[in-house]
Design a protein around this ligand. Structure first.
Ligand code: FAD
Length: 309
């Protein structure tokens, strides 16, 4: 095989690994076999072997999700069971967790980070992973690193109004779907509606989550919010009946909103930390993805980065 061909195939292979899911890349590669000249078949065999190895190294649950084509997941008992299990695991392995402890400043001095708490307590460490929102970290670093603080300050959070409505009967909706999102061009003030019980049935009931606000947030009260959400359900889904149970909340600055230039800001923060060997790693929803999946993945990457230092 010619060297250029080999490099081309290798590049394509690496792209597949990064861009497609395992099953997709496997499929595409098997499919493209017909285009390969006979003498190049060994590249294909090598790729398939590597894919099989990668498959073996995946956790059982990840393989199950991939095999069954999950698009969403949830946890019985709610998402808090995830953090509860993490707490159990950490505490059983000697970690100490401080609850209800507000950090008031972080000083980065050479190879050490000094963390000050509202209680007056201080901790000095050589390795600090910050998983609080960028907008909360910015003021803590203002004194010792105004440069990083200024960039962090530009990663804003937005407020979301949230209404959970539970109705009797499971046939309220005329379609079985995940839900819908509303583009800003539409004349509706809600962001979208999730049909919770379509993805995760809970007996003879229908549960809907209506989301309002984000960067389009207009100040409102919980009572007004409930009316807005009910009006939207009536207009879009024809639901006019009263829910049996409801929860309506305004969650202030609860989720980061990535604006134009976000990746540049995140790269700039990473670059400063790396160039100046600052004893801090930033992670969480403010940087490289807001979903729980993203937060888990980036948490793992942060721990790996720290170990590689
Ligand atoms: C309404 C809503 C619906 C969502 N739905 C989904 C969904 O369906 N699927 C999905 O994948 N994701 C969803 N998300 C996104 C996802 O839940 C969040 O982005 C993710 O949980 C954020 O995790 P985090 O640990 O980065 O931040 P957070 O959970 O916000 O944790 C940050 C923590 O830092 C603490 N903190 C802040 N400042 C300080 C300080 N000075 N000192 C000490 N502690 C401090 C805070 O108290 C908080 O506990 C949703 C988010 C919202 C708001």
């Amino acid at each position: 095989m010619q060297t250029e061909n080999f490099i081309a195939y290798l590049v394509v292979f690496l792209r597949f690994l990064r861009r497609c899911s395992l099953s997709e890349s496997h499929y595409i590669m098997l499919d493209s076999e017909i285009f390969l000249p006979k003498e190049d078949q060994w590249v294909m065999n090598l790729c398939i072997l590597l894919l099989k190895e990668e498959k073996k190294s995946k956790p059982e649950l990840a393989r199950k999700a991939e095999h069954e084509g999950w698009s969403v997941w949830s946890l019985q008992g709610g998402l808090e069971t995830l953090t509860d299990s993490m707490v159990d695991h950490l505490c059983n392995n000697g970690a100490e967790i401080k609850y209800d402890t507000k950090i008031t400043s972080i000083e980065l001095q050479g190879k050490k980070a000094r963390i000050k708490m509202e209680s007056g307590e201080e901790i000095e460490t050589e390795q600090l992973i910050s998983a609080i929102p960028a907008i909360s970290l910015a003021p803590l670093l203002k004194k010792s690193h105004p440069g990083v603080s200024k960039i962090l300050q530009d990663i804003k959070c937005v407020t979301v109004g949230l209404a959970n409505f539970e109705y009797a009967g499971k046939d309220l909706l005329q379609m079985d779907a995940f839900g819908f999102l509303v583009p800003s061009s539409q004349d509706l003030s809600v962001l979208g509606v999730v049909f919770d019980t379509c993805s995760f049935p809970q007996g003879d009931k229908t549960i809907l989550t209506v989301m309002y606000g984000g960067h389009r947030y207009q100040p409102t009260t919980p009572i007004e919010l409930e009316e807005i959400c009910k009006f939207s359900l009536s207009k879009t889904l024809g639901i006019n009946e009263e829910p049996h149970r409801k929860s309506v909340q305004i969650l202030k600055d609860c989720i980061p909103q990535y604006t134009v230039g976000h990746n540049g800001r995140v790269n700039a923060i990473d670059e400063i930390i790396s160039k100046e060997s600052l004893p801090i790693i930033v992670t969480g929803a403010s940087y490289k993805g807001v979903s729980v999946n993203d937060c888990v993945l980036n948490g793992i990457r942060s721990a790996e980065n720290l170990l590689a230092r």
